[in-house]
Ligand binder design. Structure first.
Ligand code: PMP
Length: 399
């Protein structure tokens, strides 16, 4: 069978191969990127779906508009405006479209903005599925270096000047896999840079609500209210996946009107619209006012787990590993230092770790360019505190 040439640009992920090994009994897995299913507000979603069917079954079960179910667009716009009240940035229901997870927003952005051979800039490291999605459209994906405060703006500026990318894709808050959060000062500089160089900046923000202590700086979208002209270059992708349920497949995209119109056209040919039943359920859920309680609950549980993982990593691995304690999200990003002649190659450690009954994801695939083989990603989200301690202990033995 002859497959489309565009598939030559993408390989199935190395991570998938690793996941095959996770079925081994007794394994403690820090490898997933999932939220904990024990955290789902099943009762709230049951009530919301029942209400969606009771109130307007015709709408909940019928075809719908590609842009999204209007009552949900209203709820999501209000949700965003509330989150951005510190800067007063506004979003109207017409200013956003509902997408089938934020993953679809990324796909639509690839479709609408990337020609074969075009360059795009992402953080190094970044979300693996994004690299692959943009490559599928023929993008040449270039990595920009990050540190604990997110992407390094001077380097980003130089890369933009050199490559004239179609866009810059960032996960500014509790990045996947980096856990890093872009500082307020860098956020403003990036918006200024977007205006100065007329470059689209995509803010992917599925984790921003999952903070453990202090709230992170306002989103890039929120900060557009303080940087004249920047709203014309900013795209924001949101998702209910990490806080409510990824199975609902409800995300959204906020973008300048011309881009939103093109993306909507592409979505029409892709899935016509996001499941109306899921959208009607999400609408009722948000309307019922359950979100603040759910957020408080998941933040508390993930915060405990993150703390346990940080403490255990220090205790069990000592100077063999370096990392920054994440302030939110689902991930620890760490580097093997090789101190005391210990392992420095995360791929090798991953194999030995599986033998000891613990799994994590080696970091190299998260780099579009120049992979760091000493990096690894550990998720604490689906593992209870005791098991986290046990898992990290096993990791210590493996190293
Ligand atoms: N962006 C990032 C950074 C992610 O980590 C994920 C999920 N792992 C997604 C987008 C896609 O999420 P969803 O499609 O479920 O909204």
């Amino acid at each position: 069978m002859q497959f489309a040439q565009r598939l030559d640009n993408v390989e199935t992920s190395a991570i998938r191969e690793l996941f095959k090994l996770l079925g081994k009994p007794g394994i403690i897995s820090f490898a997933g990127g999932f939220p904990d299913s024990a955290m789902f507000d099943v009762e709230g979603i049951r009530e919301a779906s029942a209400k969606a069917l009771a109130e307007d079954p015709g709408a909940a079960l019928q075809y719908g508009a590609t842009e999204g179910f209007n009552p949900l667009r209203e709820q999501l716009a209000a949700f965003m405006v509330e989150k951005m009240k510190s800067t007063g940035a506004q979003v109207t229901p017409e200013g956003l479209i509902v997408t089938t997870g934020s993953q679809q927003a990324l796909d639509l952005l690839g479709k609408t903005l990337v020609d074969p051979g075009a360059k795009v800039i992402v953080e190094a490291p970044t979300f693996l599925a994004t690299i692959q999605c943009f490559r599928l459209y023929g993008a040449q994906v270039i990595g920009a270096p990050i540190d604990a405060q997110g992407v390094q703006v001077d380097q980003l500026e130089a890369l933009i000047a050199e490559h004239k990318p179609r866009f810059v894709y960032l996960i500014p808050t509790f990045g996947n896999p980096s856990g890093a959060t872009l500082s307020l000062e860098r956020r403003k500089r990036i918006l200024e840079l977007a205006v100065k160089t007329q470059t689209v900046v995509i803010e992917d923000d599925p984790y921003g609500d999952l903070y453990f202590g202090e709230a992170p700086p306002p989103s890039l979208l929120a900060l557009t209210a303080q940087v004249p002209g920047s709203r014309d270059w900013l795209v924001h992708c949101g998702s209910l996946s990490k806080v409510l349920s990824p199975g609902l497949r409800v995300g959204w995209m906020i973008a300048p009107p011309a881009l939103l119109a093109k993306a909507t056209m592409c979505k029409q040919f892709s899935d016509a619209h996001t499941s109306t039943f899921a959208q009607a359920t999400a609408t009722q859920y948000l309307k019922a006012g359950r979100m603040p309680g759910t957020l408080a609950r998941v933040r508390t549980v993930y915060a405990e787990r993150a703390q346990a993982m940080g403490e255990s990593l220090k205790k069990e691995l000592g100077d063999a590993i370096e990392f920054t304690q994440p302030g939110g999200g689902l991930f620890f990003w760490a580097r093997l230092t090789g101190a005391g002649g210990k392992l420095k190659d995360a791929n090798e450690l991953a194999k030995r770790a599986i033998e000891k009954g613990v799994a994590f994801v080696p970091g190299a695939p998260f780099f579009a360019t120049n992979p760091d083989v000493s990096a690894l990603r550990l998720s604490f989200a689906t593992v209870g505190v005791e098991k986290i301690r046990e898992g990290v202990e096993r990791l210590g033995k493996a190293i």
